[in-house]
Design a protein around this ligand. Structure first.
Ligand code: ZN
Length: 294
């Protein structure tokens, strides 16, 4: 059977500074312009975090999110995938408030949002000092929180995306499908973590990815996309071969081995790789249909 078209998601900024790569976009205009370049190169999904325009500090400002989405929609039909009010926001309400506000206006309505399907340690390991930094840091997502997030966004027509960090996330996703909180086709992301952030989940290797896929329910209609927080090309190649999808971007890694590229250049490389391996790259409208977004 022919492989489905390959969906490229671009993760343009996360919380990254410009110290290691100056091409990380901060302002709504920068994020929209970078997104447009990535869309032209074959990206059909864009994940972004709102940032203060000048300093790049993380922002939870609904107006900034609105401006980003409005400027993106003026330029192209890419699937918009903003972050939630991150793990520092204490309540479910704080996490989804900006999404619910944005969903009221078609010009700013996002297509989907990430739901991290686990509670986990967030400490970072420094192998040179042989110590964990932020030893007490925990990212808490009770099942109640996750259910409330899904219910709130489903109600306004924004698709929850299952973020599968470990095997327990796979099993909870299966339960959430059973409960009607995720609708098939489920769109899920498989983030993988290099050794420094080993507390979060599986290693950024093909085996780390495969260990998640091994527990996917056999008959499920789950469209999955893998990415690493380091060089993601080996993971992406394995995903291309296995019929999955992949994400890439400066939000995860600065790619000195590729000469400090732009987000657009990373998407260009990934799209070429997919074509070399015999997978056609999905356009945004095709990706929307494959992922069950109207
Ligand atoms: Zn993010």
């Amino acid at each position: 059977m022919a492989q489905p078209k390959f969906i490229i998601a671009v993760r343009v900024n996360e919380f990254k500074t410009r110290d290691l790569n100056p091409h990380v976009p901060f302002s709504p205009e920068e994020i929209a312009q970078v997104t447009f370049e990535c869309w032209r190169q074959g990206a059909s999904v864009v994940h972004f975090h709102a940032r203060e325009a000048r300093t790049g500090a993380p922002s939870n400002d609904t107006a900034i999110y609105g401006e980003i989405i409005r400027l993106i929609k003026e330029r192209c039909d890419i699937i918009t995938f903003p972050t939630l009010g991150a793990h520092k926001a204490p309540s479910v309400g704080d996490r989804v408030a900006h999404i619910l506000a944005l969903a009221k206006d078609p010009a700013t309505k996002p297509d989907c949002i990430p739901v991290d399907m686990l509670t986990t340690n967030m400490a970072v390991y420094d192998s040179s000092s042989k110590k964990f930094e932020a030893e007490e840091s925990v990212y808490t997502n009770t099942i109640g929180t996750l259910r409330h997030i899904c219910e709130a966004v489903n109600k306004v027509g924004v698709k929850p995306v299952s973020e599968i960090w470990n095997v327990a996330s796979v099993r909870c996703t299966e339960a959430f499908v059973d409960m009607g909180l995720f609708q098939q086709p489920v769109y899920c992301e498989l983030p993988l973590f290099e050794d420094r952030i080993r507390t979060h989940g599986h290693p950024g290797t093909i085996r780390g990815m495969q260990a998640l896929l091994d527990f996917f329910p056999r008959s499920a209609d789950w469209q999955w996309s893998a990415h690493s927080h380091a060089n993601t090309f080996a993971i992406a190649a394995a995903a291309i071969e296995a019929g999955g999808h992949a994400a890439i971007g400066l939000g995860d890694y600065h790619y000195p081995e590729l000469g400090i590229p732009t987000n657009g250049e990373l998407v260009t490389h990934l799209a070429s790789m997919a074509r070399w391996m015999g997978r056609e790259v999905a356009g945004a409208a095709e990706a929307r249909e494959m992922l069950g977004m109207s």
